[in-house]
Design a protein around this ligand. Structure first.
Ligand code: G3P
Length: 217
């Protein structure tokens, strides 16, 4: 499973990149606003930190505006993926950008039929927001299973990028459901390393080792 970081904070991204485990980055207008940075500068810097796909989201809602913004964002760096919302206009723009060779991440997906339309429009990634479905008492991970099945039934190549991940259990469940990628807030990525038995196991091993009086080197 590819692991992406959902952040536009370059300090957080440097820290996550040092793990050697991060395959890409996703941003959205809220995350750019939170960073306090100019979008072009922030995306350019993020693209230099992480060589994998970096999603940068258009904010226009009409097709021509999405195309202009999408082409502009795609020129910032070769690893930019243009993020567009799952609307009729978003999918029309997706089709055009995909035909131009620009990768598109279709975002704000909340149903399997929306995901099917995005795949037909040539989306490179589909981003189902599982946490926001859980918020309204709908099974977010269930949507990942449904999309996986639909895509496999018809051999769609669009990658399933699970988003709005809130817990390490979401990551586990999305991996079991066959998501190609998951995008995680940095604190959830950090939590993936953790298990109380790992910590107590290290503590016991070190205590016993100390009692030997040895050193390895
Ligand atoms: O990648 C989309 C993600 O940022 C949304 O997460 O927690 O705001 O639903 P959340």
């Amino acid at each position: 499973m590819q692991l992406f970081i959902d952040s536009a904070d370059v300090a957080e991204l440097h820290a996550a990149a040092a793990s050697g485990l991060i395959d890409g980055v996703t941003t959205n207008p809220s995350l750019i606003a939170k960073s306090g940075r100019k979008m072009k500068e922030a995306i350019a810097e993020i693209c230099s930190i992480i060589p994998g796909p970096v999603s940068a989201e258009a904010v226009a809602t009409d097709v021509e505006g999405m195309l202009s913004e999408g082409r502009y964002l795609a020129r910032i760096a070769s690893n930019v993926v243009v993020k567009l919302p799952l609307t009729e206009n978003g999918l029309r723009a997706c089709r055009t950008l995909a035909d131009e060779g620009i990768r598109v991440n279709v975002t704000l997906c909340f149903s399997a039929v929306q995901a099917m339309l995005a795949a037909k429009a040539g989306a490179y990634f589909i981003s189902p927001f599982i946490g926001r479905l859980d918020d309204i008492k709908v099974d977010g991970v269930g949507l990942i299973r449904e999309i996986r099945k639909v895509y496999d039934n018809y051999n769609f190549r669009t990658q399933v990028l699970a988003a709005s991940i809130r817990t390490p259990e979401h990551v586990r469940d999305c991996a079991l459901a066959g998501a190609d990628c998951a995008t995680l807030p940095p604190k959830i990525f950090a939590a993936l390393y953790k298990h109380p038995l790992t910590d107590s196991g290290i503590e016991a091993f070190l205590k016993d080792w100390k009692s030997t009086g040895q050193s390895i080197l």
